[in-house]
Design a protein around this ligand. Sequence first.
Ligand SMILES: [Zn+2]
Length: 80
Amino acid sequence: MADTAVRKTLIASCSFCGKPNTDVATLVAGPGVYICDECVTLCQLIMESKPASVPQLRAWPPSWRACRGSDGPPARSRRT
Ligand SMILES: [Zn+2]
């Protein structure tokens, strides 16, 4: 009996989950990126469950600028 299994050659990997094309059923190529069928399914679930309106983020408290003398948030503490 002949070996009818199609052997995939490693060509690229999903830009989202990192799985190579040999580990997924389908890998779709975009301009400089790839996405596998599993990530497409996950994206569909996210899109279907997203809220009707985009939640608005609050602006940075103006006290940070006054206290730290910079425009950004305070630097992260290096202590863990
Ligand atoms: Zn993926």
